[in-house]
Each structure stands twice: as C-alpha cells, then as structure tokens.
Design a protein around this ligand. Structure first.
Ligand code: GLA
Length: 679
C-alpha cells in the first residue's frame, strides 16, 4: 500500500458556524435545481426550523453550471449561496464533477469507462467517466478552478466536497487510458519488467513480459487472470481515484488554502474497492456515507462501519455526510425505518465519533431514479411524521454540542482490518469461493459486542501496540514488516488472535512456504499442510459443542502450544481446532474454522478472562445495549445505545444525561440512545 504522507489537518467546517467551534452539525445533500424557485424559500424556512446548519450542494450540477464547453451559468448558484449565507447555513460546496454533462461525453466519448469484457458504459446514469482519462481530468479541473475562484470568499462556504462517492460506479475501468495508467503505475512500483515478472510469478502459464507495453489490465481472459495482476489492479484502481481526489484538492488548495477539503467515503457493507485507510491522510476531515445494509444485524453493521470510519480517521471526529431518514431505493425491497430508528441510527454514528449528521437528501425528489428514496422533507411535505422526527433530531443534536470535537475513547480490544487481505483473500481460484473477508471481521465484532466488550477497529498499518488484545481474522497478506510488528506485539505482552487463511501470502500474493499459516506459523506454534474447506451444507463440530463452517484444517502443534478446542467427529476427530501459544506475557491464538456465534462467544469469553480485558456492560444489559465513550474538552461521555425494542433501566451507569434519560427516569426508550456525561 502506498501510504499517504501529507500532513493531516483536522478542520471541522462547523468551526465557521459556531463561535466555539463546538457543534454537531445537521444537514443534507440539497438539490434545489430540481425545484422551482419558490420552493427554495420554503426549504430555507424548514431548514431553519429543523436546526439544519450545513448542506452539500451542486453535487450533480455540472450540466447546469456549464451547459456547453464555452457557456457558464452561475446565477442560480450565486443566489443559492446568498440565501444560505443569509440563513446562517453553511455550504459544503461540491466540485460538481461527479456526473459529466452531455456535451462532454458527446464530444469526448473517450471519457466513458469500459468494463472488463470491453463494454463501453453509456451516459444516462451517473459517474460515467474514466478515473484516468486526461480529457475528463482537464475539463473537471477547469470546473473546479472556476468554482473555487468564484465562491472561495463566499461567506456561506464552509468546506469543499470533491466529486461524490469516488468509485461508486466507475471504480474498475479497463479502458486504454486505464491500461496506459496501469503500466506507468507498475513501472513506478517495480522499476523493471524483471521485477514485475518475479512479483507476478509470470513463469506460470507462460505469462512472462518483455516490456511494460505488453501489460494490460486484467480484462476478461480465457481462464483465471493472474492473481498478482488482479491484486495490483485493485491497488492501482484505488490509487487512480485517490489521484483524482488529489488533483481536485490541489486546485482547491491553491485557490482557497484556508477552506477544508473532503470527499464522502463509503465505509459500509462489502465496499472494498477504495482503500480508505490509505486515502484518509489526503483529506482535511474524513466524511462517510452509510446506509443500513440488507443483512442480519444491520444495526450492528452500522456500528461496525462507524467504528471503521473512526479508525480510518485515526480517532479524530468525522463527518457523517449521508445516511437515510427512512427507506432507500436501491435494495431489492426498500422498507421504511421503524419508529426510533431515525434517531438511533444517527446517534450511533455520533457515538463512534461523528461530529455531523447529514442525510441524502433534504427534499425527496419528485422525478428521477431516486424519487422513492426517503429524505428529510418527504413527498408528503412538512406535515408528516418524518419531518417531525427530523425536527426532533435537530433539537436533540443541539443538546449534544458539548460532545463535538471529542475523540472516541480507545478500547482495550481491536479488530484488525487489512485492505490488502480483503482484496487478496477474495480472489478467484482459492480453496473456497465462499470466503468473504468483511463478514469474518464483523462476526468477531458482533460477538465482542454481545459479550459487553467495547472494541475498536484498527488498520493494519496503524500502531496497535497499546491494545490488550488484537483480533485479526483472515489476515491473509502478511508482508515481512507486518510479520515483524505482530511478533513484536506478542513479545511485548500483546494477545493476538487470528484465524484460518491468515499469514498465507506476501504482498505479491506468493505463498510463505513451509506450511500454513506461513508468516505466522512460528508465532502461533502450529503447522498446517493442507486446507480442508467445507461444502456449503457441511459443518464440523468442536469439543465444546460449537460448530464450524466454511473451513477446517488438520493442525500439527509444536511443543508448548496449548490446544484450547479439538474437532469432534469426522475426518479431523481429536485434532486441534483452536490453539494458543504463550510468549512471555503475550500470546498468539489460532482459530482454524469459521465459528458460529456461540463458538465465538465461548472462546472470546475465555480470552477476555485470560487477558484481563474489562467487560464494561452491566450483566443485566448484556447483549441489549452498545456502549461507546468519547472524551474531550467538553467532558467524558458515555453513549448507551438500546439495541432492543424494549425499554431498559440504565440506572447502573450513573452520570448526568444530556439526552435519553434523566434523574427522574433512568429508563431508556426502546431503540433509544442516552448520552451521559460521566466526568
Ligand atoms: C449515495 C449518493 C447519493 C444518493 C444516495 C442514495 O450515497 O452519494 O447521491 O445516490 O447514495 O442512497
């Protein structure tokens, strides 16, 4: 991974909006160009009524701002910016480059992305541009400069919003532009074609290259494309979009060095394409979009995403740029949120470090592909349950202003996330095609949550030495420096837990020889000769009654490695399934199958006792609440999130309630959130 080197500045745009800069901002994407002028006044009235203080504008406005290459129309945006300034509402002004206008793609169809099998994507949707197109880049930067020069001094401007969800629809482009850029990227990475040949193992299947000019992106091939080439294409594609961000940002910084620049990440679900751990250092503040995923435990998935965003933001507060007030439009079936969920979802992000709560979008569109996507002002209008809930949230957030600027307090346990392992472990031609990286991390996170153990997410390049316990599921790619850091962590008293398919390959996707789990074999004190993945309807039993799926392994232990669980029955009957090796006051635990929830809980309970990690949730509330902590100048805050549909007595926590419970009543509503000042 190319680690970003730029100095990180945390610059919250709200510092311009409130005297002491302490504010949990509230707002939305705002698309007034979809509405007649008279609606704008109504919008401003309703925004003020709802305590909205920031809106993201012009995200998809390129066609309006520049109707032809030599024609500009800023009148409407001038008027809008003035209206916002008068109303005291900040503008997170987009660079409007997300969706190229018709004139650009008509004159320059060569900006359109190409799929792996050669299909050129048509305009008519959005984000139909190649991240590496010099033509697109030139036109985009002209627009960015023009906007920066025109609005840089405008009093409404609080931040720049580069493009929108970079890579949402155009992440993998296989065009000739991409091929050229990929070659230059490879040249920079490897220096010589010989090194590329070694790293890509090209003696396999006669894939040797004599010249970089012969190299292509991994377009649809006759059989499995080279895995190292695929891994590099993931790295390159993430990097290409990051470079686009940097190009826009640099124009903005050159014109308005004092205005913070961000772009909205998509840390949620299985969005693995953009390595945000690598991108984050390029932003002035991290912003994230999150939509409830159509998965079991979607509430907890939200928390896991928010904790991941916090890790990407290196513990600094971040900006929730988009989520939904209720239903979305892009899932197979789009259900509205239940009562209480609008508020709980937003506050769960704040619990994990968000200093802003924003939605897609302000007013629900009457036409277009997203007309059935909820908004702050629904089709039903102001007189609606939804808008009233929005107003209520706006009031709630004002009571949380003291929290703004505080940091999410580190936990004792972290789940280690490694973007390259995500990419590499899910490549084709593997022992099983059913392995999904992120759900493995999430399963451990959920089990910790149910045990009442607060956990962080930590990125593999970050310092994890202060954690009592680091859980690194499917840490598939382990280059030598990471191997050494993990060994040092354990030698210094840390407790590492890792699982099957970890330590398997290096950064070139080449296997660490001598037996699995390769790079971690000695640390773990185990050796595996063959993986034994399971069929979909198969499972294995462990001697504590827990069940494993997906994967199993015949483990050989070296002397001194303790067996914590054995397989029971089947081919592996009596063989070690979970092991632990102690090193000084540290330890390394290996879990060789995908445990069910009960199995994870059982082994984690033992590990928590063994490592002395604190269970912070009172026994009566185990599995029913999530707890997070934020600490800053405004005090120490405990967030208690009711995960259930029942009212809960939270008197055991004490503290002064900012929201959610008070001295007369320590009862937390079903799906409610309490924020308690604890010092
Ligand atoms: C993304 C985009 C928005 C909108 C929402 C819908 O987050 O940034 O423009 O399409 O999805 O959920």
């Amino acid at each position: 991974m190319t680690q970003s080197t730029s100095t990180w500045l945390y610059r919250h745009p709200a510092s311009k909006l409130s005297a002491d800069g302490r504010r949990i901002s509230f707002g939305a994407d705002y698309n007034p160009e979809q509405w007649p002028r008279e609606v704008w006044d109504e919008d401003i009235r309703l925004m003020k009524q709802a305590n909205v203080d920031v809106v993201s504008i012009a995200i998809f406005s390129w066609a309006r701002l520049q109707p032809a290459e030599d024609r500009w129309d800023f009148d409407w945006l001038d008027e809008l910016m003035d209206l916002l300034a008068e109303a005291g509402i900040g503008a997170d002004l987009a660079t409007a480059t997300a969706s190229p206008p018709a004139w650009l793609v008509t004159e320059h169809p060569e900006v359109l992305p190409v799929t792996e099998n050669g299909t050129v994507l048509s305009p008519g949707g959005r984000q139909h541009w190649r991240p590496t197109s010099p033509v697109f880049r030139k036109h985009a930067l002209t627009l960015v400069r023009t906007l920066a020069e025109r609005y840089g001094d405008h009093p409404a401007l609080v931040a720049w919003h580069v493009n929108n969800e970079l890579g949402c629809h155009n992440l993998y482009d296989y065009s000739d532009d991409a091929a050229r850029a990929f070659r230059s990227w490879l040249q920079r990475r490897y220096g010589s074609v010989d090194r590329l040949n070694r790293s890509w193992s090209t003696d396999f299947w006669s894939q040797r290259y004599e010249d970089f000019e012969q190299v292509l992106p991994p377009r649809t091939a006759a059989s499995f494309p080279n895995p190292a080439q695929q891994l590099d294409f993931h790295r390159f594609s993430s990097d290409a979009l990051k470079q686009h961000f940097i190009a826009e940002r640099d124009v903005l910084r050159s014109v308005t060095p004092e205005v913070p620049v961000t772009t909205n990440f998509m840390v949620m679900g299985e969005n693995k394409g953009m390595n945000y751990a690598d991108w984050a250092g390029e932003l002035d503040f991290v912003a994230n979009d999150h939509y409830r995923q159509p998965v079991a435990n979607s509430q907890e998935e939200l928390s896991f995403s928010a904790a991941t965003t916090s890790s990407v933001a290196q513990g600094r507060p971040w900006f929730l740029m988009e989520h939904s007030t209720s239903a979305v439009n892009w899932q197979p079936i789009n259900r509205p949120k239940r009562s209480g969920e609008l508020q709980r979802d937003s506050l769960a992000h704040v619990a994990h470090g968000a200093d802003a709560v924003c939605y897609f979008q302000w007013r629900q569109s009457a036409g277009g592909a997203e007309k059935y996507h909820s908004a702050m002002v629904p089709h039903a209008g102001e007189d609606s349950r939804l808008y009233r809930s929005v107003m209520e949230l706006g009031e709630t957030l004002r009571r949380l202003d003291p929290v703004a600027g505080s940091r999410r307090q580190p936990a004792q346990v972290a789940v280690l996330m490694d973007w390259e392992s995500w990419w590499a472990s899910e490549l084709d031609s593997h022992p099983t095609e059913d392995l999904r990286y992120r759900p493995e991390l999430f399963a451990w996170w959920l089990a910790l949550l149910d045990l009442g153990v607060r956990a962080d997410v930590v990125q593999s390049h970050q310092d994890f030495s202060d954690y009592e316990m680091v859980i690194a599921p499917v840490l598939h790619v382990v280059p030598t420096p990471l191997k050494e850091r993990l060994e040092h962590y354990v030698d210094s008293g840390g407790h590492l837990v890792t699982t099957f398919f970890s330590g398997t390959v290096d950064e070139d996707d080449r296997v660490w020889l001598g037996g699995y789990p390769g790079a971690l074999r000695e640390l773990l004190g185990v050796r595996v000769e063959e993986f034994a993945p399971l069929y979909r309807d198969e499972s294995v039993m462990l001697d504590d009654g827990s069940v494993g799926q997906l994967w199993s392994e015949p483990i050989d232990c070296v002397d001194g490695t303790e067996v914590l669980r054995r397989y029971r029955g089947g081919e592996l009957d009596g063989r070690a399934a979970i092991t632990r090796r102690e090193h000084g006051s540290g330890s390394a635990t290996y879990v060789s199958t995908k445990l069910d929830h009960a199995g994870l809980s059982a082994i984690l309970s033992e590990l928590v006792r063994y490592t002395g990690v604190a269970i912070e949730t009172p026994a009566s509330l185990l599995g029913r609440v999530e707890i997070t902590r934020r600490t800053g100048e405004g005090g120490d805050f405990l967030f208690v999130i009711n995960r259930t549909d029942e009212a809960l007595d939270i008197s055991e926590f004490g503290g002064e309630a900012l929201i959610g419970a008070n001295q007369d009543s320590t009862i937390l509503d079903p799906r409610g959130v309490a924020v308690l000042r604890v010092s």
